[in-house]
Ligand binder design. Structure first.
Ligand code: ADP
Ligand code: TZD
Ligand code: MG
Length: 582
């Protein structure tokens, strides 16, 4: 037919516009789902993906090590409720990103690790391809879900599945394997565009059952010494106003877990942080909101909870709000599990409470207040001291003031003593400002977190880092300078892991916990054009922090801390096997 020939000839001279390739489909699928940022590190086969994503208007943040890119993606997921994207090359790049993928899964952060991979036929016959590895199989045990896309027309489905898996239900890390061959595959442009999926309602609300709500309220109503524990699931949920209303209307004292600090200001009169070791064993009914009874809460039993022995139940009854139906009873009996998303559960509780809710018995509130005020006064005395050399307390007293004056600033924290003292001393005033080592107590998240915090919130970032902790991601100060991010890093330099005083008893080498004494981390920042400050006094530290916040210039303050000031493992000395032996 006359009409066929011209069509065929048009198709033969087909300009590129008639087809679309795998690179473009990946970019379009991400953009279609509102994903505008990639944290990654280029190389075969994904270099052009980074270039073309940038040319197409996506923000592509290139790191010096995939692990930092991965941690950045994981915390971007926590902060935005959209999966953070980490993009890496095959085998070694993939493995460098894998730690962050596992971290995202363990912490319930939505993240997608996208790695290029080598030729399937060669990998599966183990014929020795460039960077050969069966990445999908390796990712599976540490990911919430893992997928591989072999054909360009399946890219839309692959990305849609990855997004849903990352953000729905309990969020987690998802692996997406994209073999090199996929990127160059070209398919008909219209069909390709048509194959993309905009995910509708990616994290559906999960409404709790009315009888579960009633059960929880009945238990709370009968409590004489109730307590609320807020976890990072509550922070993630972005139900801030309702959570605050629930806490205030019930009048129940609350404990924020580390990353839930600031959901209500730490200075709130119901905040029981300063009376933690009093309220945990004394409470009779405890409502957990997005917090697991894992090691961070001593598994809900033992001496911390008033149990006789280290595994004995303290007698508390628990309400647990969690999106994962499997979380209840993980450690101790949960009398009132409330399965659903925090927002829906908390609003159902508020609705069910009605008007005549009575506050907890006055005796309980007075006992908590007395304990708390005593401890706050004791801490104030310690903080007011100005010892030479500077110690954790006198340095953190300054950080505490700066955070109070800049409550919008993001706050990153890792280390052992540098973590534990900071968590206790530096109050947070707004939700999701404090991001830290999380469920694993992992070192190395610091600089990746700083980049993602600055990029996703546009706020200044303050990072308090142990000198060991900083070392895990220290090279990313170049990344921070390259993107000119408003990040101020305070390295609490006590010459080592926990302390700087250990010695090798044989006299041959430095002790395993000790670093070069008097190291000048500030000079690292200067090497890339940022501001370096060496602070030996609280006044110098204060001036450095104030300048950094004012100028928004990348800054590193080397805070020289008394090398004898820390304790072994910070607050978790008891988990050290030698301590157990004693
Ligand atoms: P923390 O370390 O602060 O105690 P965890 O990470 O142990 O907090 O616990 C967080 C819990 O929150 C997880 O059990 C997770 O299933 C839950 N969670 C995460 N997001 C939501 C949500 N939107 N609604 C309800 N629960 C959630
Ligand atoms: N490696 C990883 C990935 N995570 C870890 N948690 C550790 C090792 C072990 N570890 C801790 O738990 S804290 C810490 C290490 C190495 C560093 C503590 O030293 P620091 O802090 O300088 O960061 P302080 O202030 O000196 O205690
Ligand atoms: Mg140290």
């Amino acid at each position: 037919m006359g009409t066929v020939e011209p069509q065929v000839s048009t198709a033969q001279d087909a300009p590129q516009a008639q087809t679309i390739d795998g690179f473009q489909l990946v970019i379009d699928a991400l953009k279609l789902n509102g994903i505008d940022t990639i944290y990654g590190l280029p190389g075969i086969p994904i270099t052009d993906l980074t270039r073309r994503a940038q040319a197409d208007g996506m923000r592509v943040l290139a790191f010096r090590h995939e692990q930092s890119a991965g941690y950045a993606a994981s915390i971007a997921g926590f902060l935005t409720q959209k999966p953070g994207i980490c993009l890496t090359v095959s085998a070694p790049g993939f493995l460098n990103g894998l730690n962050a993928l596992a971290h995202a899964t363990v912490n319930c952060f939505p993240m997608i690790l996208i790695s290029g991979s080598s030729e399937r036929e060669i990998v599966d016959l183990q014929q020795g391809d460039y960077e050969e590895m069966d990445q999908l199989a390796i990712a599976k045990p540490v990911a919430k879900a893992a997928f591989r896309v072999l054909h360009a027309e399946d890219i839309g489905v692959g990305i849609a599945r990855a997004i849903r898996a990352a953000v729905s239900g309990r969020p987690g890390g998802v692996y997406l394997d994209l073999p090199a061959k996929l990127f160059a595959q070209a398919i008909d442009a219209a069909a390709g565009r048509n194959s993309l999926i905009r995910v509708v309602d990616p994290a559906p609300k999960q409404i709790p059952a009315p009888e579960a709500v009633k059960r929880a309220l009945d238990l709370l109503k009968g409590a004489k010494k109730p307590l609320i524990v807020l976890g990072k699931g509550a922070a993630y949920a972005q139900a801030d106003a309702d959570i605050r209303a629930l806490v205030e209307r019930t009048g129940i004292p609350y404990l924020p877990m580390s990353m839930a600090k600031g959901l209500l200001p730490d200075t709130h009169e119901q905040c029981a942080s300063a009376a933690r070791s009093f309220v945990l064993p004394a409470a009779d009914v405890v409502m957990l909101i997005g917090a697991r009874l894992n090691w961070l809460l001593s598994h809900g039993k033992g001496k911390t909870w008033g149990g006789k022995g280290h595994k004995d139940w303290g007698g508390q009854k628990f309400v647990q709000i969690d999106i994962s139906p499997q979380e209840a009873d993980s450690n101790v009996r949960i009398d009132a599990p409330l399965v659903g998303d925090v927002g829906s559960c908390v609003s159902a509780l508020l609705a069910g409470m009605g008007a005549g809710w009575s506050k907890p018995p006055a005796g309980w509130l007075a006992a908590v207040a007395e304990k708390k005020n005593g401890n706050v006064a004791k801490m104030a005395e310690t903080l007011a001291k100005n010892p030479v050399p500077m110690n954790f307390h006198s340095a953190l007293n300054v950080v505490r003031d700066i955070v109070k004056a800049n409550p919008d600033a993001m706050f990153v924290n890792e280390g052992a003593n540098a973590l534990d003292f900071t968590r206790g001393i530096v109050d947070m005033y707004q939700p999701r400002k404090r991001i830290d080592v999380g469920t694993w107590g992992i070192m190395g998240v610091g600089m990746g977190y700083c980049v993602a915090a600055a990029v996703t919130t546009k706020q200044p970032v303050i990072a308090v880092e142990g000198d060991s902790a900083f070392g895990f991601s220290g090279m990313e100060v170049e990344t921070i300078c390259r993107y000119n991010l408003p990040v101020c890093i305070v390295v609490m330099n006590n010459n080592g892991v926990y302390k700087g005083t250990d010695v090798d008893p044989t006299g041959r080498d430095p002790a395993p916990t000790v670093f070069v004494k008097g190291a000048r981390y500030d000079k690292l920042m200067e090497a890339f054009g940022g501001v370096g400050v060496n602070a030996t006094t609280p006044a110098e530290l204060r001036a450095g922090l104030e300048d950094a916040i004012r100028s928004r210039k990348p800054t590193l303050i080397n805070a020289v801390i008394d090398e004898t000031a820390g304790t072994e493992s910070g607050r978790i000395t008891s988990l050290n096997p030698s301590a157990k032996k004693k």
